[in-house]
Structure formats: C-alpha cells, structure tokens
Ligand binder design. Structure first.
Ligand code: HEC
Length: 207
C-alpha cells in the first residue's frame, strides 16, 4: 500500500478511536464505547431468551415435570430439581444457575445470577444492601432497576430485571415447593407477580 493511503487509514482509525472514547464518558470506555446500560440490556435479552428457549424447546418436550405428566411431552425424560440423581434434566432456573456458575469462572469480573426475596435456593437470596434495595424496587415497580455501585473498591454498573410469573407452571411449582411452603407459608404467587430478578454486574475498571 502507498504511504499516503496508509496515512489516511491511520488518521481515520485515530478519528474513530477518539469518537468512541469520547462518546460516553469514563463508564462507556470500560464497555468499549457502548453505554453500560445498553450492554446490560443486551446481556439480559440473551440470558432471558436462552432460558425461554430451553423451557419451550427442551423442558416442554419432557414427558414429566416434577413427577407430574406433561401432555405435550414427547421424550421419556423428567425435568426435575433432583435431575442429577434420577437421570432427569435440570429445571430452567437450575440451567440458568449452571451457566452463571461457569461464567463466574471466566477471568472477567462480570457476573449474573437470579435472586429473589422468596428464594428456594439459599445462594439466590439478596446478598447485600444493594441487592436488597434493587429487589424491593423491582417488586414495587415491576421495572428494571439500574445503578452504579462499588464493591470492594471496584466500580460496577448493576442492573436487576424483573422475573415475572409468565406461566401457570411458575406459580404452581413455587407455591407447592416444600422449601417455599416451609419458609414463606403466607406468600402465594399469582400470575404476573414479580417472583425475583435477573441481576447483572458489569465491571467498569480493571476488567
Ligand atoms: C417445576 C418447578 C418450577 C417451575 C415450573 C419454575 N420454577 Fe423457578 N425455581 C424452581 C426451583 C426448584 C428453584 C431453585 C433452583 C436452584 O437450585 O437454583 C427455582 C428458582 C427460581 C428463582 C430464583 C430464586 C430461588 O427461588 O432460588 C426464580 C426468580 C424463579 N425460580 C422464577 C421462576 C419463574 C418466573 C418461573 C416461570 C417462568 C419458574 N420459576 C418456574 C422451581 C420451578
């Protein structure tokens, strides 16, 4: 390539870089020029879509769900919490957690997980003041809650998206689960209730 052409490309690259770096302040730089809020929305869409696809196209093909026959099932398999000990397949929330555990092993500080005030799994209760505040807001408004937070001296952009009772199975299974009945005897989920939320934490420095 001629040196003038090269020079042109170098200039164009420098302009692009400056435009990206200056477009959204320090926070956007950590996420490659895209606003952290938008990054969280993209991640949430991918996570929620995968969970729905797993529910619709895998769990729904099983002939049994937690011991009960499923009329649309075509595979002689059961979707059940005890999947490891009875040749079954994981429930959608378990599948989600298995993915989030693998993601947390990657060497980025990015994390995601399900949380709920009425958690069945102890690992999924709101863990700190931020998560407690976020889940209360999401339960109250039914809308995502997004805010910057600092954990151990590191800045994060965190977003909690509502996880609502979109199917009858959500409420029947949770309301009749032995752990739920023992811990929250007065909490009876109804359709469209916020049952919990998907928490996404994006590191803004030293990622
Ligand atoms: C067949 C039973 C069953 C169905 C159906 C079901 N869940 Fe769950 N859900 C569970 C179990 C069991 C857990 C705990 C799983 C784990 O160990 O991570 C759980 C976990 C969750 C959590 C995390 C908090 C917690 O309880 O540990 C949320 C939020 C949640 N489910 C929402 C939903 C929603 C919304 C639906 C419907 C779209 C749904 N669930 C359908 C059984 C079910």
């Amino acid at each position: 390539m001629r040196s003038r052409t090269l020079g042109f490309f170098a200039l164009a690259a420098a302009i692009c870089f400056t435009a990206v770096a200056c477009s959204g302040g320090a926070e956007s730089q950590a996420t490659g020029g895209v606003k952290p809020e938008l990054v969280a929305d993209y991640i949430h869409t991918a996570l929620a879509s995968d969970r729905t696809a797993y529910t619709k196209h895998v769990v729904n093909r099983a002939k049994k769900l937690e011991g009960k026959p499923k009329k649309d099932g075509v595979l002689a398999i059961e979707a059940t919490e005890g999947w490891e000990s009875n040749d079954g397949i994981p429930l959608p929330a378990q599948m989600f957690r298995l993915g989030s555990e693998i993601a947390s092993e990657a060497d980025t500080a990015f994390t995601y997980n399900l949380i709920s005030t009425w958690y069945i799994n102890d690992a999924q209760g709101p863990k700190n003041d931020f998560e407690k505040k976020a889940i209360q807001q999401v339960e109250k408004t039914g809308e995502p809650f997004k805010e910057y937070q600092e954990v151990g001296g590191k800045k994060y952009f965190s977003a909690l998206y509502p996880d609502k009772a979109v199917a009858e199975a959500c409420i029947t299974c949770h309301n009749t689960h032995p752990v739920h009945k023992e811990r929250y005897p007065d909490k009876v989920f109804k359709m469209d209730d916020v049952m919990g939320g998907i928490m996404i934490n994006i590191p803004l420095e030293g990622a």
